[in-house]
Design a protein around this ligand. Structure first.
Ligand code: PMP
Length: 422
């Protein structure tokens, strides 16, 4: 039975909890950088499910691996070994330069896992007094939606009436090394520093060039763990395999010359599966990961054979298709093209970002409906994007985009923005 867009929306509104405010478009198919709605209208996807579909929609290699595994064995739980997980763990460990992977399903779960590992490490290895560990986090962070994670969120709507919250977090200003140093020098029981290399949900806020490297140095000096949440920035999105990549062993040309910021704990999700299946994970070296013992953490679905098969294919696609390089080149081009337009318009203040994680700031700061209305107009012109919040619109297309496609998208964006000029 065929559903019209109108009927599909009505059905969701009636029977689904209203925990999102989707742009009114009902998608039923995707391929590469494109998605189609149920009326067969074609759109450029400029969100990639919040940077999960980096490898493009329905990538044949990823879908093929998923189908083959789904027809063979889907779930054993970790009560038994399966013949796929070790291969995925090996590839992830080698790709990102760690000894161990702890597989989970969603980004928030992986963040929770990292926080648990960090606290356990602080008690068992660093000798902090029981139940005293503090973890430093940043203002305007986004790390997910569990009760512990929203305990240190700044978003009043995300927090409202969900307390009591988890203790043990100290919040400092993002991109402020002095603030980090001050907290480290004035507190005894710090276990770690949790940070997004670029704050995605906060509006694609890019810190100063040396922020992460210097923050890592401070963490090292004070013997606390530097925990990078690369759920949104990881897997080639910012023009490097990881936003924290420096002079590391990964093949990305654009890593050389940037300082290496190897996190003690690395959190990945989203594009770890290319958006095909929920796959997340936490990476660390033995010295840290060995605090995790049988029974101390787990998940029925974490590390299942389908997730492992999908994860392997998704990582192979990133390497085989040079997606980090492509994201770097197209990202430079995207900002360059928009920066030609911005001085001659009164609707956009600026464009910012790295690789293909970008955002524009709409001039109309008073009225956040402008950003929403621009996204509706972009949709009508064949391109799907969403405001992160307020007057900021994020642009994060799949990384398999061609230069010609990107330029066509820039054309659509500029044409649409012109409609809102005052
Ligand atoms: N961390 C970051 C940096 C994210 O951007 C997100 C999702 N936007 C999450 C964690 C949470 O991931 P998930 O929605 O899969 O729980």
């Amino acid at each position: 039975e065929k559903l019209s867009s109108k009927d599909a929306i009505a059905l969701e509104e009636k029977f689904g909890a209203h925990n999102y405010h989707p742009l009114p478009v009902v998608l039923s198919r995707g391929e590469g950088v494109f998605v189609w709605d149920v009326e067969k209208r074609k759109y450029y996807d400029f969100l990639s499910a919040y940077s999960a579909v980096n490898q493009g929609h329905c990538h044949p290699k990823i879908v093929g691996a998923m189908i083959q595994q789904a027809q063979t064995l889907t779930l054993t739980s970790r009560a038994f070994y399966n013949n796929m997980l070790g291969r995925f763990e090996k590839l992830a460990a080698e790709t990102f330069g760690y000894n161990k992977l702890l597989p989970m399903n969603t980004g928030a779960e992986a963040v929770e896992t990292a926080l648990k590992i960090c606290r356990k490490w602080a008690y068992e290895k660093k000798g902090l007094p029981e139940n005293q560990a503090q973890i430093i986090v940043c203002e305007n962070n986004f790390h997910g939606r569990t009760t512990t994670i929203i305990s240190f969120s700044n978003d009043p709507v995300a927090r409202k009436n969900y307390g009591p919250f988890t203790e043990g977090f100290i919040k400092i200003e993002y991109n402020n090394l002095k603030a980090l140093e001050e907290v480290l020098e004035n507190n005894k029981n710090i276990a770690g520093f949790l940070v997004e290399p670029i704050q995605g949900e906060a509006g694609v806020y890019v810190p100063s060039e040396d922020y992460l490297a210097k923050a890592k140095e401070l963490c090292k000096k004070h013997n606390i763990l530097f925990i990078a949440d690369e759920v949104q920035t990881g897997i080639a999105r910012t023009g490097k395999l990881l936003a924290t990549c420096g002079n590391c062993s990964c093949p990305d040309r654009h890593c050389s010359g940037t300082p290496e910021v190897k996190p003690d704990i690395l959190i990945l999700g989203k594009a770890l599966s290319g958006g095909a299946y929920p796959v997340s994970g936490v990476l660390a070296n033995d010295e840290i990961m060995e605090v995790i013992k049988p029974g101390s953490h787990g998940s029925t679905f974490g590390g299942n054979p389908v997730a492992a098969a999908v994860g392997i294919a998704a990582l192979e696609v990133v390497k085989e298709e040079g997606l980090a390089e492509n994201a770097y080149i197209l990202g430079e081009l995207f900002r360059e093209e928009l920066n030609k337009f911005i001085p001659n318009c009164n609707i956009v203040k600026s464009v910012r970002g790295k690789g293909l994680l970008n955002a524009i700031l709409i001039n109309d700061t008073e009225d956040s409906s402008t950003a929403w209305n621009i996204c509706l107009a972009l949709r009508d012109n064949g391109l799907l994007a969403k405001p992160t919040h307020g007057n900021i619109i994020r642009f994060a297309p799949p990384l398999v985009m061609t230069k010609e496609q990107l330029l066509e998208c820039v054309g659509i964006i500029i044409k649409t923005l012109r409609m809102f000029e005052k």
